[in-house]
Design a protein around this ligand. Structure first.
Ligand code: NAP
Length: 265
């Protein structure tokens, strides 16, 4: 039986086992998927002692950035993003890649199939924002980045040939087709960084937060007639890309989509 796992700290919240096990059941794959708590100080030794037992490992907070130094081969996406969320073996060489960027792209494409030339406002400049910027840049979208800590938005925008915005209130909402929340605002709280009157029916709103799925950001956008993309779409699509890498098999998105909801029950 092949072994897979997700490693992080803490790890109890992870939906990765439920999503991947749903895929194993659907396609009758003889494999197991565990969630393993690995403290930051133990990461390097865990990889050198245990990785050999696993066909693939998903990497989550807070290990994604550190993992860049611990793999033998880095994909171009992981290199540019500066974070690894997926490990796999190829000819006994440990590869690290990043599927969060694929998750962002496919999630957005559920509402906007063609992103080329679209104008995007990206809130946040953390790890998830880096994956989003890489995806948006690759797809030919034009992005303006805003972040609470303004210097981080400026640095990120320079790196990805995007623009940085200093003040949210100075922005003209009509200049944007898509607005993405990649901050932690809205996570287990009823808050949005944007005022209610920002939204118009022209907008597509995408919130990466998935606890809760219906955030204030998305709720106010929908109220104004905007289309919305929920955070589970990104999570499911990044996991589907991992599944494809590890098993070389295609899985219907609904299989993991349903598992996302069942994992809460
Ligand atoms: P991160 O690297 O820690 O970055 C956090 C970001 O949130 C920073 O830009 C930070 O701004 C901002 N922020 C935090 N509290 C804020 C506040 N009160 N007001 C304004 N900005 C605030 O985290 P991350 O990995 O990028 O994750 C960010 C969010 O995306 C989390 O909610 C996470 O759950 C979600 N996420 C979802 C998926 C998915 O698959 N759906 C995947 C990855 C992440 P400063 O720089 O000013 O601190």
């Amino acid at each position: 039986m092949k072994k897979f796992a997700v490693i992080g700290y803490p790890i109890s919240h992870s939906k990765s086992p439920a999503l991947h096990e749903a895929g194993f059941n659907e396609l009758s794959i003889d494999a197991e998927f565990s969630a393993i708590e690995v403290k930051p100080e133990d990461l390097a030794s865990w990889i050198s002692l245990n990785m050999i037992d696993y066909a693939g490992v998903a990497v989550t907070i807070p290990h994604k950035e550190k993992m860049v130094e611990l793999v033998q081969k880095l994909s171009p996406a992981a290199k540019v993003i500066g974070a690894v969320n997926t490990l796999f073996w190829e000819h006994e060489v440990l590869h690290g890649t990043n599927t969060d960027c694929v998750g962002v792209l496919r999630a957005l494409q559920t509402e906007v199939p063609e992103l080329e030339g679209k104008k995007v406002l990206l809130l946040g400049a953390g790890g998830a924002a880096r994956a989003a910027l890489f995806a948006l840049q690759t797809a030919g979208a034009k992005t303006v980045v805003w972040n609470r800590t303004a210097e981080k938005a400026v640095t990120l925008a320079e790196e990805f040939h995007a623009e940085a915005a200093e003040s949210l209130t100075a922005l003209n909402p009509d200049k944007f087709d898509i607005v993405i929340n990649s901050t932690a605002v809205g996570l287990k709280e009823w808050k949005s960084l944007l005022p209610e009157d920002f939204w118009t029916p022209h907008h597509v709103a995408f919130d990466m937060v998935y606890d809760p799925l219906e955030t204030r950001f998305l709720s106010e956008a929908a109220e104004a007639g905007a289309r919305t993309v929920t955070g589970d779409q990104m999570l499911v699509h990044q996991a589907l890309e991992q599944f494809h890498l590890w098993h070389d098999m295609e899985l219907e998105p609904e299989v993991m989509g349903n598992a996302f909801f069942l994992a809460d029950e």
